[in-house]
Design a protein. Sequence first.
Length: 474
Amino acid sequence: MQLNNGKLAIEHEHPEYSLKRIMWRQYRDLYVGGEQFRVNADQYLIRRQKEPADVYGERLSRVFYENYVGSIIDWYTATLFRRDPAITFEGRNNRARKFFGEFAEDCDRKGCNLAEFFRSQFVEALICGRSHILVDFPRTEAPAGTRAEEDAQGASRAYLVGYSADELINWSYDEHGNYEWVVLRTRSLKKAKIEDAHWAKLTRWVYYDKRCFRIYERTEATGDHESISLIAEGQHGLAKQDRVPLFDLAISDGLWLLNKAGSLQLEHFNKSNALGWALTMGLFAMPVIYSERSWNQVVGESYYIQLGPQDRFGWTEPEGKVYQIAADNLTRLQEEIYRVCHLAHAGGALSGNLPQSGLSKQRDFSITQEVLRAYGDAVKETMKRVLRSVQSAREDGLNIDVAGMDEFDIGDFGTELNDAERLLRLGIDSPTLRKQAFKKLALKYLSDVRQEMKDRIAQEIDRAPEPGPAQKVN
């Protein structure tokens, strides 16, 4: 990266990033809601034509946000990760098995287990359409001569780093559609000493290509803008695989929830706030005087008025027809938000009295289950690619597979247990089939135990002798 008029090429942004970064920020506000949305409400609350600034300011101060899409994303995430994915390893390298057992419990060197790490990346993908996972290895002062030295130095302790969609600012693809190089940018605040009066803004750029990495930093204190400096460079952990160590957890456009429901959520926000404002203003009705005389009396809570024999007094009060239309429209928008997110069975009318048959509910939820399975396939495929790349970089000689994330009812395990029992009663003469069925059932039932224990159980099932004819299920 060369200097160009005082700036580094590392600061350049991809055209797609420049196009989508405002949209990503809006989608994140819609997901988070709460005070974050209130602070940025002026970007979303539409100002009426020629609306006075003080009136618009008062509407902003009263703004509220009914966050349906955030709850929908959290529901999908909780349902998909209700049971941890089942990770299996095949191979005789016990040291590698022990490493991956520890890796599954702490994959980012911050104490986060693998399922929880992918849960947060999945939420980011539902918000922004994709998230990014970096595979990295600790950097050491001197290269290790043997694998034992590498393990002793901790250089083989792979770990993952999660990046949001808007932290990948520039990239390029090769002829096969894989990354040629990427640039990741993060920002944070830091103090060199606790006695310092001001926080400094730290910006870091990390460049990766298929062989090497470079890390650049710039610290900006109050009134001080330092230049960008190169602080580290070298070969990265996946250089032998000739690939950039960044993996995408990508969601298709049809399953990108906030992109489908974002505009509906914004319309609901503006309509609900307009209705709320109208109802509030209706509580402060204006007096109306019917008189042929000139009117110059002051009207207020501490005053009285004097009327002539033919004069009449009243209050402005809307008939309420437009309020009913607005309320009906809000109900329809709410139902549409749930419908486009494939949760029509959960987004019924606000009154909650619309009848729905059991068959209809089952059909609606079957669609939701198919969407969940599609999400599960995306997560499992990304997890497999990440784990296999770590295995290949470490040269462990293991075969790694990821299963599960395809059953979502509480009673699913009982059903699957019965299905497996019927399958084994067919008498299929396949020891491999029996062992694979037993492993799938055991790992699903013990989904919340440590990965090391799961791996031990899987090995014991693989080593177990085949039952004799008298012991087999008839």
